[in-house]
Design a protein around this ligand. Structure first.
Ligand SMILES: *[C@@H]1O[C@H](CO)[C@@H](O)[C@H](O)[C@H]1NC(C)=O
Ligand SMILES: *[C@@H]1O[C@H](CO)[C@@H](O)[C@H](O)[C@H]1NC(C)=O
Ligand SMILES: [Zn+2]
Length: 515
């Protein structure tokens, strides 16, 4: 190797580790370097390690799972977990990095591969089909095989349906329910009950946009929930999305106009269906009405708390909108009355939306909210008979980058500067609406924005896109309860419902049971 090459290599290494060369701390850093004193003692780290060993010397749990709860953090990538736990710790007055989100203490963790049959990077529809129905599909499609292409207006033959674990649970005499912070007709919750070639067909208006001239117009997702199996049998349905159920001649309780063109009021039709079946039921649209039911929920409960998605937790009026933990609790109290147990799907759906808008503070806060909902579930159920799985459908392109000192504000700029001498954010994106035009050929200093650090301030992105994209990385799967150990390893996302079914002896897992 010539001397010149070596020199170049040396320069390159220095370039990779700028903090070794220039100890530049950003001048506006508000946080002094923090050291936790006890961390200088090797025994501190040894104790931490031994606590881990002790707590994982659990006995294998090979009980049959009476209950299965799947928590889905939409877009909850692995860097999102690291950043959210740091924010949680910093809110509690610590350095932050050492914190655990509640479910990060679960005994088994695996990784799932999220690509779809026609897509390197998943959307929330094909991935929902994988993690709920156990079969990979094409992007944009729900509850159908990969023979069905997106937005095909032809009738989907039921031979092309794939069925969700909620149906497997119902067939085994269990109850089922869905809870989300998005519209209840949005891709992830719809994966529990819908069969459609297009995730965007949430109301008949959306179907007509694409299929006005089709022979048999496909049934929209809201109608499928109210009138088709298995949605007709869900004991609990909680989320947002009233507009998909109401005619466009109606303004709902909070001022949102309905979307439907067929003049139907599917909320009333849901009520009429329950009356005709002579079962106790209740429709609620705000937190107060929901909480009043918490001790004795009706047999069937429909709660729609917003016209579209529920508000971000940090922006919601807590007297009007229930938290994800509130909704999870009442769902469990309701479903747990069935002696055969239940399957419950709970989605923290707005993690994804925070990322799409480069609103990283919201993405992290919604992740913390989901961890609180998981904790609530474990307080109400025993890991002797209840399997809890926490995972995500796909990653995002947020990176956790730079060389910031311990305890540095996770929502702040890196201690380091770019080679252009300007600050950059510890949490930034490869793409999205936060991309700024260069001024006079130079990157702008986003920390000088007037609204820097506000809740609606967008962190910066490299490539300008109206919507930040998903990422293709693997996502984590956390498991607690019966057969949690099956969830270790790296596997296809479509394996997840098969593992849950095996633990519960339902659906395709039935063959595994001797009793
Ligand atoms: C749509 O689906 C129908 C029925 O499965 C099929 O015959 C047709 O070729 C599909 N059309 C397209 C454009 O894929
Ligand atoms: C409806 O249910 C109630 C309470 O379970 C029962 O007393 C009543 O007989 C039922 N009515 C009909 C028409 O089945
Ligand atoms: Zn998304």
């Amino acid at each position: 190797m010539g001397r010149g090459v070596l020199l170049l290599l040396a320069l390159f290494v220095v370039h990779l580790h700028p903090s070794f060369e220039r100890d530049v701390y950003h001048k506006s850093s508000r946080y002094p370097t923090v050291r936790n004193k006890e961390e200088s003692d090797p025994n501190f780290w040894a104790k931490e390690a031994w606590q881990g060993i002790e707590s994982s010397r659990y006995k294998d749990n090979v009980n049959k799972a009476r209950n299965v709860i799947m928590f889905l953090g939409d877009g909850m990538s692995v860097p999102t977990l690291a950043a959210a736990r740091t924010l949680l710790g910093q809110r509690e007055g610590r350095t932050g990095e050492e914190t655990q989100l509640f479910f990060e203490s679960f005994p088994t963790i695996g990784l799932s591969k999220t690509y779809c049959v026609d897509a390197q990077i998943a959307d929330s529809a094909c991935s929902a089909t994988a993690y709920l129905c156990g079969s990979k599909a094409n992007r944009g499609t729900l509850g159908v095989t990969a023979d069905i292409l997106r937005t095909n207006c032809s009738f989907v033959n039921p031979e092309n349906y794939v069925h969700s674990i909620a149906e497997w649970a119902l067939a085994a005499g269990k109850d089922a329910g869905i809870v989300t912070t998005t519209r209840i007709t949005h891709a992830s919750p719809a994966g529990v009950y819908a069969h459609t070639a297009e995730r965007d067909w949430e109301s008949d208006a959306d179907v007509l946009d694409d299929c006005a001239s089709a022979q048999d117009v496909p049934i929209d997702i809201a109608e499928q929930l109210v009138h088709n199996y298995p949605g007709t049998h869900f004991k609990v349905i909680l989320g947002g999305g009233r507009r998909e159920f109401l005619p466009n001649t109606i303004i709902d309780e909070e001022g949102t106009q309905g979307k439907r063109l067929d003049g139907r009021n599917l909320i009333n039709e849901w009520i009429e269906d329950k009356i005709s079946r002579n079962v106790s039921h209740k429709y609620v649209w705000n937190r107060q009405e929901l909480v009043q039911l918490s001790l004795s929920p009706p047999e069937y409960l429909l709660g729609l708390f917003e016209g579209s998605h529920m508000k971000y937790n940090l922006k919601a009026d807590p007297t009007m909108e229930p938290s994800l933990a509130d909704m999870t609790e009442i769902a469990i109290r309701s479903l747990n009355r069935n002696n055969n147990g239940f399957f419950l799907f709970v989605e923290g759906g707005r993690i994804d939306h925070g990322h799409h808008d480069n609103l990283v503070h919201h993405a992290l806060d919604e992740t913390i909210e989901m961890a609180a909902a998981v904790r609530r579930a474990t307080e109400l159920l025993s890991d002797e008979d209840s399997l809890i799985v926490v995972t995500s459908d796909h990653a995002h392109v947020m990176s956790f980058n730079g060389y910031t000192r311990r305890g540095g504000n996770i929502l702040g700029p890196s201690d380091d500067l770019g080679d252009d001498g300007l600050p950059y954010m510890t949490l930034s994106y490869a793409n999205g609406p936060g991309a700024r035009s260069h001024v006079n050929g130079k990157r702008v200093d986003v920390t000088a924005d007037e609204d820097f650090g506000d809740l609606d301030w967008m962190t910066h992105a490299e490539v300008l896109l109206e919507d930040e994209t998903h990422g293709g990385d693997d996502v984590a799967v956390f498991a607690l309860g019966p057969y949690h150990h099956l969830f270790t390893g790296m596997y296809e996302q479509s394996r997840i419902p098969h593992l849950m079914a095996y633990a519960a002896c339902i659906g395709p897992g039935l063959h595994s049971c001797d009793d």
